[in-house]
Structure formats: C-alpha cells, structure tokens
Design a protein around this ligand. Structure first.
Ligand SMILES: Nc1ncnc2c1ncn2[C@@H]1O[C@H](COP(=O)(O)OP(=O)(O)OP(=O)(O)O)[C@@H](O)[C@H]1O
Ligand SMILES: [Mg+2]
Length: 679
C-alpha cells in the first residue's frame, strides 16, 4: 500500500512576507512571472495529489490514514537459531501489510574488537567459576563458543556483520481489528521466539520506514551475521520456488515466482482444467516453450491447429494427419528396443491388447448395459487370433530375438487373415470401411512419420470427428512405442483430452499411459475444458490422482462443485476460481498449492497466443513484410520482429535512394561543367 504523504506540497505553500520594493522593472517582471507560475501550479493535479490520503491523523499508538488504521511493529530480539524462510509465514499471512527490512553493514574490525572484550569477560567468568568450584554454566559456555566461532568466521571473511532492522506496518479498517491483527502478528513471531513491539509515539516514523523510500526513521536494529540474515530472505515460498526448472507464473499470494521442475516430483504428469478460453492452451504452450530450452523433448497432440506457430518458431516437426495427407501412423507398430528383460512375447501380447482396444473403437458394436462399443465373446477370440496371425504372417513371433529389422503388418493383412477364418465375415465387412472405403487413407499403411525432433506436433484438426478418437489412440500408441524405445526426458501433451474420455477404451489407454509414464521419464499433460465429463469417468479421476502437477484456471459455475470436491478446495479457493481472469488460477505441485498468474514476455506471447485479433495482425504484418521486402517472412517471427525488419529494410532502401540521387546530382553537375568547358 504505497501511500506518499503530501508533505512536499504543503511545504511549498507560500510563506506570507512583507511586500518588498522592486528594484527595477525587470525584477518586477520576473517576480510576476514566478507568481503566475505558482498560481498555475497550485491548481494542477499531480500523481501525488491523486494518491495522497485525504487526511492523516497521528495518534500515540497508530495512525489514521483517511479512515484506515495503521500500526507499525518492530522486531527487538531474535532467537539463537533462525530457520531458513522464518519470515515466510508472516509474508504469506492473509492481511494487508507492508514490510521494511534494512541492512546496515558493519566493519569487521569494529565488531572483532567488541567481541574480544566480550570473550575476555566470559572467560574470566568461567575461570572464576572454576576457581570457586562452582558447577559449570552451560549458558556461558555456549555464548563463548558462539562468539569464538563468529570471531573465526569474521576474521576469515566467511561471515560479515550487519545490523538488521525489520518493521511491519499493518493496515486495518478500525481500531479493534487493528488490535486483533497486531496480536496475530505478535503471536506468529512469538511462536518463532522473535519478539516484537509496537512503536509508541513513533507511529508516523514507523509508517514512513515501511514506505518504499528506503528511509529508516525508526532505527531499531539487531546485530546479526550473514547466515541468519540470509535466512530472512522472504521468497522461498513452500517449495514452489526451486533452483532449477522453469517459470510457471507468479505466486499471487506474495508476488514471488513459481519455478518448478516437473521431473523432480513423484511423477511428471500434469492436468489442466478450465472453461473454454481461460488460457489452458496458452499456459501449456508457455511451459512447452520453456521446457524446450531445458532440453526436454515435447510431443503434442493438437486438435485445433493451435500449436503451428509454436512449432514454426522453434523449428519443430508439424505433422498434419488427415485422410488425404502423406503422414501415416501404423497401429501395428511395435517398440524397437525396450529395456533388457522384456521378452518379444510380452511385447506382442501387449500390442494385441492395445490393438483390440483400437478395434473396439473402430468396429465394435454396442455391448453390455452401458452400450459401450465392444465385441461378442466369439468375435473377441477371433480377433485375438487374427491379430496374432497377422504378426506371424510378417514373421513376428514369440521366438524372435530382435525387433530392429521387422516390418509390421498393416490393417489389410488383418483383413486378409480374417477373410480366411470361419465366422470372420461380419468383422471383415465392418473393417472394410478402413481398408478400402472412405477411411482407408488413415490407418492402413506403414508408418511414414519421423519423430526425431525436439518438438513434434500431431495435428488432427483436418480429420473427421468420427475418426479422431481412433487417430489419437493410434498416435498415442505410436508415441508410447517411441518413448519405450529410448529413455529421455519427454513431455506428451494431449490438448482437449475429453475426446479420448468419450470411449472407455481410449480413456483406459490414457490412464495406463499416465500410470506407467514415470518409469520412462515421460510427463503426460492432459488438458480438458469438459471438466464434468472428465471427472465423472473413473479413468479421468484416476488420471487426476496420478498427476502430481495440477493447474486449475477459471471454472464455470456448473463444474466448480465437482472440481472443489475432487481437489479438496476451500470455499475461498472455489470463489477464486469462479472469479479468475484469463491466465489466473491455482497451481498444485504435490501437496502444496498457490494462486498463480501465468505471464509471458512479449515475444512468447506472440508465439503462443490464440487471440484471433492478434493472429490477424500477425498475418497482416507478415503480408506487409512480404510485400515490402519481396521475401518470405521468417517462420515464427513476431509482429514486432517483422515490423522492425521491415523498418530496417525501408530505411536501407531510403538510404540507397539518397545515395543514388546524390550520384545523379553529381552526374548532372559533371555534365554541366563539361558543357561549360566545351563552350
Ligand atoms: N496468461 C495469459 N496472458 C495473456 N493472455 C492470455 C493468457 N492466457 C490466455 N490468454 C489469451 O486468452 C485467450 C484464450 O486462451 P487459450 O486459447 O489458451 O484458451 P483455452 O483455455 O485453451 O481455450 P479452449 O478450451 O477454447 O481451447 C487467447 O487469446 C490467449 O491469447
Ligand atoms: Mg485450447
């Protein structure tokens, strides 16, 4: 609450003085001009006037600033041991206050001389005790030891000596609440054996000392050496700030930074929940951009073609899957090299299970009470055999040792096998849609996509809605194979994950992935706007439970109660989520959580935004650039980059023009001289 008192202005009021005789007309004129200026200035409103309180009443124990009651407490003593971040609980208190800390360095020789005297006194005391055969006094001995080690450290320059002042100014609406707040702060300090007092007849000085003016008018300090002083650094807020990792945003409780390495948690998975337009994709894109800088590989499944700019900006691979595109992913792919001890037999078996899950989404018919797509028991065992035989057809059997050189079957192979089996007719008829029919472009070819880039984005926007769940299932399976083939820090980000929650099989598959990801150094990020659907599914709940990082941004009133229950939120947190602005919410890391505001730099914002207005402007800047320079705009350049390059080119062109025109002038001059000579 930075409030500056309008003392300066008060001081500038004219002091009435006896009229003086002007010595000459000029001086008179100057005087008039000054007077006029003064009159003018007195009527101008400055920022000072706007922020100054209307009244300021100084009482012995407190101030009243336009109705706000203000009291300053100062620390008088500290305990022998101070814990790191002892000031944390004060800073994180949910009250309005200002804190002032002043550090006055003291020269070591001055302190050493004093300490030497103290040592003398203490040793004398101890030896006197000895002589008189008194029992030893541990207090004296501890003090002596402390002083001796401090003397050593000061002499060697390991420690420095400071006088440290700590003031806290509390603001409350009336005297009673101020009294309560004072008690609360005092007991909070008291629990750490730190003793505080409120200034008496020093309320104004106390207030001034906590204004951001670096003006210590109280001068009540305590001698401390470097270590305890360092421990008083306030912003070590509950493990949400770590030494390594990336910036997720600003902690809205205390304006510290939320820095985090998701791979340092018990698992690296993350869920992001919010209503549409709350900033989910933005938050995740920022995380991706910053993680890439830390050398983490990122794979994204992008249903809205929103990650294209990001991919262009960092030179990623952008794969657009559609019926017509060249990019293909084969659902029959197998992982290449899996950790030692995994038998080919197991790999094939797990591939069969995964494929059957996919088949249920593709060609399953409603089964059971819920009407989920699936197969009758006969169809199921038929399919099981057919898939194993499809692999066998390509010589992929349990007695294979190495999976390096294999060529996996495709959907057509499965169909051929099924055609030769009794009772397979019905399945073949349904499968034909994907091998010969309209959808044959998607899942019936060997894999053509390459994933050896730090950022790979799969776009499924151009796929028919009906095909999306199976395409995403196949892609995730493919990514899972890649992940298992080489252990590396990776993030897999599934935007609009509720697509997958619609089908039990794909939901189960994602859950299995999330559960096993940790062992392969993979962090799965699931983003969803359909909170209700996601959390009502048992697999959705399980995914949340298996994600150590959870980000909740603005929630809709319809979903907030379920969110509150799932994440054990308090009422306050619930309202915070309902009223959050874009990019604001709560960040959970393991057991801790804090209110977050996601912030991006200008350049980052240009890369990750999905604001149509900003995108249009960028598009226009790109068009202008290409028109002005005749070159294609560099990929991923922001609007201001393009403007700057364009301006640069324009100024160079202007300079070139100027040179040419002076050249022309020179030529004309030469002609003229030549002409005059010839005359
Ligand atoms: N932290 C932020 N700072 C500034 N602008 C933001 C921030 N977060 C999001 N925005 C802007 O808000 C808009 C919506 O963001 P975003 O596309 O990330 O929403 P979303 O939650 O993914 O929505 P949807 O569910 O529809 O995909 C975008 O225009 C984006 O640029
Ligand atoms: Mg989005």
């Amino acid at each position: 609450m930075p409030i500056e008192i309008n003392k300066a202005k008060l001081a500038r009021r004219p002091i009435p003085s006896a009229p003086q005789k002007p010595t000459d007309a000029k001086a008179m004129e100057e005087r008039t001009a000054l007077e006029e200026e003064r009159i003018y200035r007195a009527g101008v409103a400055t920022i000072r006037d706007l922020i100054a309180p209307a009244s300021f009443q100084v009482n012995p124990r407190s101030l009243i600033l336009s109705g706000v009651h203000v009291r300053t407490l100062f620390v008088i003593t500290y305990p022998r041991n101070l814990n790191l971040g002892w000031s944390n609980s004060i800073i994180n208190m949910n009250r309005t206050f200002d804190i002032g800390m002043y550090f006055y360095p003291i020269k070591a020789p001055v302190i050493l001389k004093q300490l030497q005297r103290r040592v003398g006194i203490m040793e004398a005391g101890i030896s006197e005790d000895n002589e008189k055969v008194r029992p030893r006094d541990p207090v004296k001995e501890t003090a002596l030891r402390d002083i001796e080690s401090l003397r050593d450290d000061l002499t060697q320059g390991i420690e420095h000596f400071f006088q440290f002042a700590f003031y806290i100014t509390i603001y409350e609406k009336d005297e009673e609440s101020l009294g309560k707040a004072t008690e609360e702060v005092e007991s909070m300090f008291g629990s750490k054996l730190i003793f505080t007092k409120a200034g008496f007849y020093q309320a104004e000085q106390g207030f001034n000392s906590t204004l951001p003016l670096s003006l210590d008018e109280l001068m009540i300090y305590y001698n401390l050496n470097t270590s305890p002083i360092a421990a008083s650094f306030p912003f070590v807020s509950a493990e949400l700030t770590s030494d390594n990792g990336i910036l997720y945003g600003i902690n809205r409780h205390n304006n510290s930074l939320i820095l985090f390495d998701r791979f340092s948690l018990q698992n690296a998975n993350m869920v992001v929940f919010a209503t549409s337009g709350a900033g989910k994709s933005y938050t995740v894109k920022l995380e991706i951009l910053r993680s890439l800088m830390m050398g983490v590989d990122v794979i994204v499944i992008d249903p809205e073609m929103e990650y294209k700019d990001l991919s262009n900006a960092v030179g990623g691979t952008y794969i657009n899957l559609s019926l017509a595109s060249e990019a293909k992913v084969n659902p029959f792919d197998l992982p290449r090299a899996v950790g030692e001890g995994t038998k080919v037999d197991d790999i094939i078996r797990s591939a069969v299970i995964t494929l059957k899950g996919l088949m249920r989404i593709m060609i399953g018919t409603p089964q059971g009470e819920k009407g989920q797509p699936g197969f009758t028991p006969e169809e199921d065992s038929l399919l099981d055999r057919a898939i194993i035989e499809s692999y066998a057809k390509k010589d992929i059997t349990a007695d294979l040792v190495d999976l390096e050189e294999i060529e996996p079957p495709i959907m057509q192979d499965l169909q051929d096998i099924l055609e030769g089996m009794i009772g397979g007719k019905d399945l073949v008829a349904r499968l034909k849609k994907y091998t010969e029919g309209t959808f044959s472009g998607l899942l019936n070819s060997p894999t053509t996509v390459e994933t050896n880039n730090q950022l790979v984005v799969f776009s499924v926007r151009d796929l028919e809605d009906e095909l999306r769940p199976m395409a995403v299932y196949t892609i995730v399976n493919y990514i899972w194979n890649v992940v298992r083939s080489e252990r590396k820090k990776r993030i897999l980000c599934i935007d609009e994950a509720w697509w997958l929650m619609q089908y039990e099989d794909s939901a189960k598959f994602i859950f299995a992935l999330v559960k096993r990801a940790r062992k392969y150094f993979l962090g799965v990020t699931t983003i969803t706007q359909d909170v209700n659907d996601f959390l009502r599914s048992q697999y959705g709940q399980a995914i949340v439970n298996n994600s150590a990082l959870q980000v909740l941004l603005k929630q809709s009133p319809a979903a907030v109660d379920l969110v509150k229950k799932t994440f054990n939120l308090t009422d306050g947190e619930k309202y915070l989520l309902l009223e959050s602005a874009v990019g604001e919410g709560i960040f959970f890391a393991g057991a801790r959580h804090a209110a977050i505001k996601v912030v991006a730099s200008y350049t980052e914002d240009q890369i990750v935004t999905t604001n149509p207005q900003q995108l249009l402007e960028k598009e226009r800047a790109r068009g202008d650039f290409e028109k002005a320079t005749g070159e294609a705009a560099p990929a991923g350049a922001s609007k201001s980059d393009l403007d700057a390059i364009e301006k640069d080119i324009a100024s160079k062109q202007a300079a070139a023009k100027a040179v040419l025109s002076t050249e022309d002038q020179g030529k004309a001059e030469a002609e003229r001289i030549k002409g005059s000579l010839a005359m």
